[in-house]
Design a protein around this ligand. Structure first.
Ligand code: PLP
Ligand code: COI
Length: 368
């Protein structure tokens, strides 16, 4: 049924844009891209229907998608996505970081949302083909990258509540700089008590749009209170730290050890999180995947037992957390700047991603 299953690049028809953005305008946009505002000329598209399987794979001009008002995604939010980056290498090439892990997680999300699997090789080829056609859109500089956003949604025109029979998979590419643009050397977090992100049996471990929709009211509360990101607690006891709206979290202790909340179905299994755990263990750092409560965090930050904390994810990379606030007060962490272990781990990760250091785990795939 999956007719493109063993997809070579040639599985993707290439339809070049007849109005690409001129090079001078592209350079202007790349000078200060921000995050998620600058988009490239092309996108990848693949269609799925129950009778044809995956078909009609193409790299085509980026343009608005036409949809029927009754397309089921607009009503029941059957949608998933991924986030990954392509990096310029010192040798002039372009590489991806652990794209196979994104392909796997995409299918885990698909299964949770009753959507068809996309053969991993087809996912990977869509990314490779798009990166090759859009490689001139990677901004220069230490934090510049081409952010890739693969996504899939139900496109069937039908209002019954059931898994759809038709889907569209697409990849768009955005030239990005750092996710956080504030002047502060570390971000501030808001602990929400009124809202939860995910509950056992829910969709917390899937990268589905609905999780982010549900997080926005809490993120807006964070911003109203002058904080950069919201931190979510568990749904049952409302005390165990889970993750931030769009990134995982790590804690560093004065004995040099590292801790992060365990994956248990309510947290997104971050690829950055997994990479940090492995790099830290390579360095001989003790890493615990164990629950940590908000009360203990405050006590440890105040006593000095906790020395650093950081957020991590594809968009955020590794970003120090400087302060934490909530309705009943707040506390600061270490020197409210990037601590030594945070910096070491960030450098180790970024140097591998950007081809500046050896790649002992085989995480990097050069695509151009
Ligand atoms: N948690 C959430 C809710 C996210 O949106 C992300 C970003 O993708 C992450 C964690 C980090 O995942 P990754 O490191 O795979 O980007
Ligand atoms: C990513 O890091 O790729 C995400 O999807 C998170 C979002 C905050 C952009």
């Amino acid at each position: 049924m999956f007719m493109l299953a063993d997809a070579p690049s040639s599985a993707f028809a290439f339809e070049p844009s007849d109005s690409p953005i001129p090079a001078a305008e592209r350079s202007r946009q790349l000078a200060n891209p921000g995050f998620g505002r600058v988009f490239t000329d092309h996108m990848a598209l693949i269609r799925f229907s129950r009778d044809k399987g995956w078909h009609d794979a193409r790299i085509t001009a980026r343009r608005p998608l036409q949809m029927e008002a009754a397309s089921s995604v607009l009503h029941y939010a059957q949608e998933i996505f991924e986030g990954m980056k392509a990096y310029s290498r010192p040798d002039g090439g372009v590489s991806l970081f652990r794209p196979d892990a994104n392909a796997r997680r995409f299918n885990q999300s698909a299964r949770r949302m009753a959507m068809p699997d996309l053969p991993e090789e087809l996912f990977l080829e869509s990314i490779r083909a798009l990166v090759r056609s859009e490689k001139d859109w990677i901004p220069d500089g230490d934090e510049g990258a081409l952010y890739l956003r693969p996504f899939m949604f139900s496109s069937e025109v039908f209002l019954g509540v059931k898994p759809a029979d038709e889907y569209l998979y697409a990849v768009i590419a955005s030239s990005v700089g750092p996710y956080f643009r504030g002047e502060a050397p570390a971000i501030s977090l808001w602990v929400t008590r009124d809202y939860i992100r995910a509950a056992p049996g829910g969709t917390g471990a899937a990268k589905c749009g609905g999780n982010y929709a549900a997080s926005l009211v809490a993120q807006a509360e964070a911003i109203r209170n002058g904080c950069d990101q919201v931190v979510f607690l568990d749904a049952i006891e409302r005390r165990w730290i889970e993750e931030l709206g769009g990134m995982n979290i790590f804690f560093v202790f004065d004995d040099g050890s590292l801790q992060t909340p365990p994956l248990g179905g309510t947290i997104l299994a971050g690829i950055t999180r997994d990479s940090i755990i492995r790099l830290a263990r390579d360095m001989g750092v003790t890493v615990r995947e164990e629950p940590y409560s908000i009360e203990q965090w405050q006590a440890d930050a105040t006593s000095g037992r906790l020395t650093e904390a950081f957020a991590c994810g594809t968009a955020a990379v590794v970003t120090a957390i400087g302060s934490v606030r909530g309705a009943d007060g707040g506390f600061t962490i270490g020197g409210q700047s990037t601590g030594p272990l945070t910096q070491r781990l960030r450098n180790a990760l970024v140097d591998i991603q950007r081809g500046r250091a050896p790649d002992p785990h085989g995480w990097v795939e050069q695509v151009a």
